[in-house]
Structures are given as structure tokens and as C-alpha cells.
Design a protein around this ligand. Structure first.
Ligand code: CU
Length: 111
């Protein structure tokens, strides 16, 4: 019986460890008259990433976000939080920008 309990415990701890690893890094982004805030984001390679983006102004060209490296484009309605699931990212720099293809808007550093 003890042996089985140990096996179950090890299995359980393994599941818990996996669940912890899978918890995403959530990045809150806002679109203001200054653009994307923050516009420099650091994330790690070992966790999935989610962006939660809220556009706070009409006085911007960023009514959508584009991330060409991930083939991603999402509309950003005013004052609504949009979740963009990026998943786990590979090491490097990922640029993002507005729907007009201005890719100097922001950058994600994956380390
Ligand atoms: Cu723009």
C-alpha cells in the first residue's frame, strides 16, 4: 500500500508541477494617445503568453494590433479588453504595431 501511495504522490506532484508551468504570463497593454503602453515587454520562453489589450482612445491609428512574426492581427474595439493568446514564444524579439503596418509601435523581448 505504501508503495502505491508514493507512486500516487509522485504522479500528483508531477501534475501540479505541470499545471504551474502552464500558467500563462498575462501582459496588460493599453492603447493611449501615446501608443501602446507599455511598448517594451519582457517575457520568458518557458511560459505561454497572453496579451490583454484595451484601447482607451479614439485618437490613435491603433484600432487593431498586428504581430506579423506570429501572423496575427486583431481588432481593438474602444474600451473593450481583447485577449490575444500568443502561447510559448521562442527566444528573440517580436515587433508589434498598428493595423497600418507601423511596426515601430512596440516590441516583445523573449528571453
Ligand atoms: Cu499606425
Amino acid at each position: 500500500m505504501r508503495f502505491i501511495n508514493i507512486i500516487i504522490t509522485i504522479f500528483y506532484l508531477g501534475v501540479v508541477a505541470d499545471a504551474k508551468e502552464a500558467a500563462p504570463t498575462i501582459i496588460d497593454l493599453q492603447v493611449t494617445e501615446k501608443g501602446f503602453v507599455p511598448n517594451k515587454i519582457d517575457v520568458a520562453t518557458d511560459k505561454p503568453v497572453e496579451l490583454k489589450i484595451t484601447r482607451k482612445t479614439d485618437n490613435t491609428c491603433s484600432t487593431s494590433i498586428q504581430i506579423p512574426a506570429l501572423k496575427l492581427k486583431k481588432d481593438l474595439p474602444l474600451n473593450k479588453t481583447v485577449t490575444v493568446i500568443l502561447g510559448k514564444l521562442t527566444k528573440g524579439e517580436i515587433r508589434f504595431g498598428c493595423g497600418m503596418n507601423m511596426m515601430d509601435s512596440g516590441i516583445i523581448y523573449v528571453k
